[in-house]
Structure formats: structure tokens, C-alpha cells
Write a protein of this length. Structure first.
Length: 108
């Protein structure tokens, strides 16, 4: 992918403190499941990088069909893991233990 611009996430910086954990071997997607957030793109990028991806996301009721048809078929426990919503305290570990965050940065 080619760099176009930096789009700041708007989340508190302390959520992104790298933690000294040797398990930092996954891409972390944190957001909500919706086409405009691009979870399928994050999955494709993680696969290209040969890294597993963990998806911590809410599925809004209107996006249930999108999840069932576009995202659920891509899930497999070894490489693409949907863990659902995580609380504020768990976000730090989820993001801090990741090799890379894949936080949606589209304007939606």
C-alpha cells in the first residue's frame, strides 16, 4: 500500500503503549463491523503480511447481514479471530500486545 496521508485515530495515546510481551504476533482490528470501516481490507492486509488478525469489534444490528456474508466466511481460528467487543481496560492489552494496530481510519 502507498502512503497518502496520516490520519490520526483520535483515541487516547495510552491505549497504544507497546507492552513487553513476546506474543506480539498479531494485527489488532479495533472498531465496529461496517463496510466503511474496512474489516475485510484489514484481514487481507494481515494475510498479505502473513500475520494472524484479531478483530475486537461491535456488530451494529444494521450490519449483521454484512458480517454474516462478508466477514464471517473469512474467519478461521488460526489466522482470523473475531473476539467481539472489548471493554476499555482490555483495549490497552489488546492493542499493546499487537504487532500492529489496524484501526479503521475512514471518515465514517
Amino acid at each position: 500500500m502507498h502512503w497518502v496521508a496520516t490520519i490520526h485515530h483520535g483515541l487516547p495515546a495510552e491505549l497504544f503503549t507497546a507492552l513487553p510481551d513476546p506474543r506480539c504476533d498479531y494485527v489488532a482490528f479495533l472498531g465496529r463491523i461496517a463496510p466503511e470501516k474496512g474489516p475485510e481490507i484489514a484481514i487481507r492486509v494481515a494475510r498479505t503480511a502473513n500475520l494472524p488478525i484479531r478483530i475486537a469489534a461491535k456488530i451494529p444490528r444494521p450490519e449483521t447481514r454484512y458480517f454474516k456474508t462478508k466477514i464471517e466466511p473469512l474467519l478461521d481460528a488460526a489466522r482470523v479471530d473475531f473476539i467481539g467487543e472489548v471493554g476499555e481496560k482490555a483495549k490497552r492489552d489488546f492493542l499493546g500486545n499487537a504487532a500492529a494496530p489496524a484501526i479503521p481510519n475512514r471518515l465514517a
